[in-house]
Unconditional design. Sequence first.
Length: 636
Amino acid sequence: MKIKHIAAVVSGLDEEYPYNIIRGINQFAAENGLNVSYFAAFGGVVDSSRFDMGEFSIYNLTDFSKFDGALLLSNTFSDPVIRGRITDKVKAAGIPAVIFECSDHEEFYDISIDNYSVMRELVEHIVKFHGAKVINYVSGPLANPEARSRYRAFRDVMEENGLKIDEDRIFHGFFRSFDGTRAIESFKESGLPLPDAFICANDSMALTAVSALEKMGIRVPEDVMVTGFDDTFNARNSCPVLTTVKRPLYKSGYKAGEILLGLMNGDDKPRSTVMEATPVFSESCGCKAEILSDTLAYRKSTYKRIEKDNSNVHMLNRLTAALAETRSAEECFRVIAGMVHELECDRFSLCLTSDWEEGFNTSSIKDELATYAPMMTAPIIWNKGRLSSKELFPSSDMFPEEFEDGGNISYFLPLHFGERCLGYYIITNSDFPIYSLLCHTFTMALSNSLENISKQGHINNAMEELNRLYITDPLCGIYNRSGFVKAAEEMFERSIAEGSPVMISFVDMDGLKTINDTYGHAEGDKSLKKLAGVIRGCCTKGAVCARIGGDEFVIFTPRAEGESDRELAERLQKALERTELEKTEPYSLSASIGSVIGVPKKGDTLSAMIDLADERMYEVKKNKKRLRGESTDDKK
């Protein structure tokens, strides 16, 4: 039987709402041998649009046509543009899809609850049973259909009961836990009197709102009521126990998997599935809490979470410290590979854009024409302890290696620096991405380290280029005076220590002024470049040459046993004669050379030997001029 592959998209793995739905999906996938790939981001976490662009680039990677079906947790996205791009891609792929909490797309099957009705019940309880008249509302993003329905229910109940809706008492968040803290901070800054209740659009915001109020010395529910929505595990076991809305998140995830598998098998399924939701009135509004049946489970879960978090913090500290000491990509990869086993996964793949070290790929969901880098490299493929790599693979494959079996749960998480996309990593068969609040920290640690390595490479390349420019003659491509002195001084000092002979040769071009005056400076430069090539070709192994003046060149030959200044002069002359045979210019190339050979002693200097070689070259040049009947008064 062919293994079925499902793509799932979600934002914010570290919140309890997606966590519980994902657990339900994963349980169904394990029971039915399905491979599920989650494409996930942590958008809206650091309050930076550039950062979010990098996070959301992961959704450009997903090629839905490679999957048999899709699960869309689109209600976890606050940005309608992103939701629209993703749903458009799924529609274009033509695969069956189940979407959560959204009935706007006739192509998709949806699973949801009646957010409006159950939120009405909760708000009516606060208004009618508890007599609340002044209420602050902490909303989710109104671009989100769930947030819209809950917000509309709140406003309708307030208006029906003749209660004033003060816009200054409305806080618009993103369903993230820290929005609850921000809402209380915003209320404090407003200077408004304390309301009778804070009604929050989900439990994550409500729980942090309670904590923020308590830090201000405001008691819940004695001074103010607080309500949430979702009946999460933490809400049921908080103190005070949260008044909320109970909806079967785990069952929703499991049911969504069941519906999708039926669709993939060609079965008929209802277009819409509505799960039951009921309000739960508890301690945070002043009602009596139900007897908790899961206290023991909560204690065990809390202890396990604390142990896991402590372990992960320790791992992250060691990882961060080790990565900070790396100076190359290879060292960075070695550190990461060495800690993968601590994530308790079956597989881990580090997938980077092929140009991550030198390129600046800014693939972003903001640009609908943007595509992920066409080629990826996977320097780390960790498979149950076996380590391998893949030099290149198409990004359209998504996985560097295919699965041969079913029942695998993989999470694709983006690696980026700001909006610059570095790649992604895939972690398979591990709960680390959904149970650990440190997963995002781990991801950022990897991203920052990779960016540092990339920048270090750019700096090293720039330094090498600057150093090359500093020591290289830009016209002739050989050492300039600074480069020659740096290279030759070391060899000169070594020769003194070893007692070995050196040869220093001074070469001066003949007739450069005539070429410049007659044919122009461009031809003069051309002749200098050609002479530099001739001189470089005459150097023996280990020798260095340089242009140290306008038409002056020098050669330093270390360990010059058996070297002959006459042989060098003859090599130079023969090389010049060969250029004469091949030339197309209307002038001849000529040069004079003088050399000094000796064993330098302590106290001798390189510059003194160069001056001596210059004097010998001058004698050669004078003899040439004398033979041509020219004046020998001017050295040049």
